[in-house]
Design a protein around this ligand. Structure first.
Ligand code: B12
Ligand code: SF4
Length: 496
């Protein structure tokens, strides 16, 4: 166990680094940006580095002994796996400096260092801090001179000064995608801006972000896109910025450049319903934006205010109407089940609001299970919010990218609902109003294609009773298969 800063034992004039994303409950659908950006910075400064994403290559067993510094990226959900991994590495390679970074160690630093398998925690953005750490080890300097680290010293955890935020994001290299098995991912991501100025009480922006927003220049964003398309054949890109359209002029410039350079790829982004205008939405669609994700979180006006979202249900309707009135990307709205004030009634209100937004504006709604992540206002003041949270880190999951939501369960009780009730209400809402609805429509089409009218009629009846189809649409549904097929094609297109 490391309980003192004995940095001398890690000094090595030829540091070779391995950065790992440990195995998790499901594979990453896109390359992990954090470690691939750090790897690119290491290479840019002349250091040797390898990357390993164990979520997509779980069988890979590198020779741990060839590395003198091993960095592990940790979220709550993969913390336990990360600890087992660090333990294994430590058993085989006593001399390696094992470093943790990412959202979990950034906040739960003690929990990580107390395991005894990590020597250093890196806080905040890792691109510069990690390079400085490696350089300190190479030159034999005590790494306590580096800002943004925590480690044991004389039996106590010490934390060095906070590092400055990276101001010139354009100066960062593009992620070292070439060190990852790019064919294993469904899409790739770009972070074009970092930060969000809003104060939603459940939000954990991640270590690379604060309330101060920094942006890449639109030209640099386009160069990044070009690298993904030309060098890696990637035509599905997700902008993972917290609020992509916060600066609408900047977002418009990105769209203008995509169109000007005639870049052909499909993309999605996330933002807020109050950060849009019709010109921007039209340009986004033309530039290949398929889906625009926003968080509305609840259908209860009072809860919306308590969450400090900064907009009302009326604002959501106005925004959704804007999407409908122009040729805009598909609007996808996310809701959370399990706010501190949620009851059966407010959850029903949320489902009803979601159904309304689907019917009136064609917004596709999804439901997440509330997860009070460390570092959020909910976590910091859990008692005040009436939450009883259990630190079973594997349960800090709010959704499944593979559609496998069945095993998600709440890890906290509220004043009004037990974790069991919350879990049940989440699954019921998600099944009936989220994936459930889309599964029904798919099943209807499938059955009609196979001409199993009896079963198709049963499903259609269910959809009518749940208010998704009108009788008029049912009449069409029992007309010849070609008409239905035609309608379904339109439905699919509008939901791309
Ligand atoms: C893109 C993204 C994803 C992608 C890719 C994730 C990945 N592997 O990188 C996908 C879609 C796969 C994903 C999945 C999930 N995600 Co996610 N994701 C994000 C998002 C939106 C952006 C991450 C990103 O690329 N940021 C840009 C880079 C530059 O920042 P970064 O990743 O934080 O890395 C920097 C630092 O953290 C640090 N760092 C990171 N790792 C390391 C390692 C070392 C050694 C060092 C020194 C430094 C370091 O340096 C990096 C560079 O500055 C963040 C929110 C956010 N704004 O950060 C959530 C976020 C990270 N995800 C989160 C969650 C919960 C999940 C899921 C569990 C969701 C779920 N299913 O319920 C899954 C888990 C996936 C898995 N396989 O384990 C949470 C984590 C909260 C927590 N405390 O655990 C976040 C913060 C969002 C949130 N609040 O809900 N996610
Ligand atoms: S939920 Fe969205 S708008 Fe609210 S603080 Fe987080 S990133 Fe910003």
């Amino acid at each position: 166990m490391t309980n003192q800063n004995n940095f001398q034992k890690f000094v090595n004039s030829q540091v070779k680094t391995l950065l790992i994303f440990p195995q998790s409950f499901e594979p990453n659908v896109e390359p992990p940006l954090g470690i691939s950006l750090i790897a690119a910075c290491l290479r840019q400064t002349g250091h040797e580095v390898d990357l390993l994403d164990l979520t997509v290559e779980p069988q890979k067993r590198p020779d741990w002994n060839i590395y003198s510094v091993i960095g592990i990226s940790l979220l709550c959900a993969n913390f336990n796996n990360g600890v087992s991994l660090a333990k294994r590495i430590r058993q085989e390679n006593q001399g390696a400096c094992i470093v943790a970074g990412g959202p979990f160690p950034d906040i739960c630093t003690e929990e990580v260092l107390e395991t005894g398998f990590f020597d250093v925690v890196v806080h905040g953005e890792g691109e510069k801090v990690f390079v400085q750490l490696v350089e300190a080890l190479e030159s034999g300097k005590d790494f306590s001179i580096v800002k943004g680290l925590s480690f044991y010293q004389d039996g106590k955890i010490v934390r060095t000064e906070n590092p400055p935020q990276i101001e010139d994001l354009d100066a960062l290299p593009f992620p070292a995608y070439d060190l990852l098995p790019m064919n294993r991912y469904n899409e790739s991501s770009i972070i074009a801006s970092r930060g969000c100025p809003f104060n939603c009480i459940f939000c954990n922006r991640g270590p690379a972000e604060s309330k101060i927003v920094r942006r890449l220049s639109p030209e640099h964003v386009i160069d990044w896109v070009t690298v993904l398309i030309n060098d890696f054949g990637c035509h599905n890109i997700r902008f993972v910025d917290s609020t992509f359209t916060l600066d609408q002029e900047w977002a418009e410039k990105i769209c203008d450049l995509i169109l000007k350079r005639n870049l052909r790829f499909q993309w999605t982004c996330q933002s807020r319903i109050d950060c849009i205008n019709s010109t921007l939405l039209g340009k986004m669609r033309k530039a290949g934006c398929l889906r625009f994700y926003i968080g509305v979180e609840t259908g209860n006006e009072k809860i919306l205010t308590l969450l400090k979202k900064g907009f009302s249900k009326a604002d959501v309707r106005i925004g959704a109407q804007l999407f409908k009135s122009v040729d805009a990307p598909q609007l996808n709205i996310d809701f959370i089940i399990g706010h501190p004030w949620d009851t059966v009634m407010t959850i029903r209100e949320t489902a009803k609001f979601a159904q309304d937004l689907y019917k009136k504006f064609g917004a596709k709604c999804g439901f997440f299970l509330m997860t009070p992540f460390p570092g959020t206002e909910l976590w910091n003041n859990a008692e005040g919010y009436g939450l009883n949270i259990t630190k079973n880190w594997e349960k800090f999951c709010k959704m499944s990218f593979k559609g496998d939501c069945d095993r998600l369960s709440a890890n906290f009780d509220t004043k009004y609902l037990s974790r069991e009730e919350l879990t049940r209400l989440y699954h019921k809402t998600q099944q009936r109003y989220g994936v459930g609805l889309h599964k029904h429509l798919d099943a209807l089409n499938f059955l009609m294609a196979g001409k199993d009218f009896k079963q198709a009629k049963q499903i259609a009846r269910k959809l009518i009773s749940e208010g998704y189809l009108t009788f008029k649409v049912l009449i069409i549904a029992i007309l010849p298969h070609t008409i239905l097929k035609f309608l379904y094609t339109i439905y699919q297109r509008s939901n791309m």
